[in-house]
Write a protein that binds this ligand. Structure first.
Ligand code: NAP
Length: 292
């Protein structure tokens, strides 16, 4: 593989940051990889697992002379970190993020940008319910989509960045912030909200019933518990920062749920069967698209 950026700096060495560092090294996309994180525990794990060539406790030191800076922190922290590091970035460097919401990130980073920095917000559509540096692995992004917001960057700079992302194993897709937030509200944020709700309902059950729910979880509940085990801080920030799109999708979901509720009450089996057949087709098209 060819080196695309001489120095890459990853700020936030959790699941996503660690996986980016490992995938960058696997493909030889950078000469040096610097990492930074606010947490001393993360620093220790990153050193033990040799995730990066050099670790800096202060993000400002990690980004000095970097050709590509990647913010892989919860979306609520992106603006504040941009404010700290952008004045110390080298002219012509690329700045990106991995945040699960895009309108808020564009809004929060905007005031801190410089004209000579290439700002390309992005979002890898890949993840697990695990968090922290030890959860990272080099193949996380293989064959997964990675959304890029071109904004007003030059085509040559976008193409170069896309070749880096492709080198990590991903398939790139360009989108606007608004469209991204709508699609992700339905495909990712709403499913997480539903999982958090169902598992939360189980938590409130009386002891005997709760124990049996856990014992017999293989019948469907288990899949929700996996999603509901996702990082609380990351997901708090997602809902607070994509509130408009999530509330809109939640409204539609509530209406569809009422439709099902009514069909069950009135024993309308044809309505249930018709919907379940259509949803089964969706599952088949996801498998056909290689995204299962
Ligand atoms: P994570 O495992 O929780 O890691 C985030 C890391 O950033 C933590 O080590 C955290 O340190 C650190 N951090 C937080 N605030 C910081 C700050 N101000 N300065 C420096 N470091 C800071 O989270 P993740 O799953 O990697 O997610 C990172 C980003 O990618 C998020 O924006 C998320 O929306 C996005 N994303 C996540 C997934 C997923 O499935 N997990 C998928 C795609 C995109 P502390 O632990 O000390 O707070």
């Amino acid at each position: 593989m060819t080196v695309i950026y001489d120095k890459v700096a990853v700020i936030g060495m959790g699941l996503i940051g660690a996986s980016i560092a490992l995938a960058t090294r696997r493909a030889g996309l950078a000469k040096t990889i610097f990492g930074s994180d606010q947490s001393p525990e993360v620093a220790a794990v990153a050193a033990r697992l040799q995730l990066v060539d050099s670790f800096e406790a202060d993000a400002v030191h990690a980004v000095a002379d970097a050709d590509l800076v990647i913010l892989a922190v919860p979306v609520g922290a992106v603006g504040e970190i941009a404010e700290q590091i952008v004045p110390h970035m080298k002219s012509g460097a690329v700045l990106t993020d991995t945040g699960s919401t895009k309108r808020s990130v564009v809004h929060d980073v905007g005031p801190h940008l410089r004209d000579d920095i290439i700002w390309l917000p992005s979002h890898p559509l890949a993840g697990t319910e695990h968090s922290g540096p030890g959860a990272g692995f080099e193949s996380l992004f293989d064959e997964r989509y990675w959304v890029i917001l071109p904004l007003d960057a030059d085509e040559a700079d976008i193409v170069r960045f896309e070749s880096f992302i492709t080198g990590l194993g991903s398939v790139t897709e360009r989108m606007s912030a608004d469209y991204h937030d709508k699609v992700l509200a339905l495909t990712s944020h709403l499913p997480h909200l539903i999982a958090y709700t169902i598992v939360g309902t189980a938590v409130d059950l009386e002891t005997q019933l709760k124990n049996d729910v856990i014992r017999f979880s293989a019948s469907g509940f288990r899949d929700f518990t996996r999603i509901a085990a996702s990082d609380p801080v990351m997901w708090r920030d997602v809902f607070l920062n994509n509130d408009t799109a999530v509330l809109e999708m939640l409204q539609r979901f509530s209406e569809d749920l009422s439709y099902l509720q009514r069909a069950i009450r009135w024993q309308e089996g044809d309505k249930l069967e018709e919907l379940f057949s259509r949803t089964r087709e969706i599952r088949r098209s996801i498998i056909d698209a290689g995204q299962d």
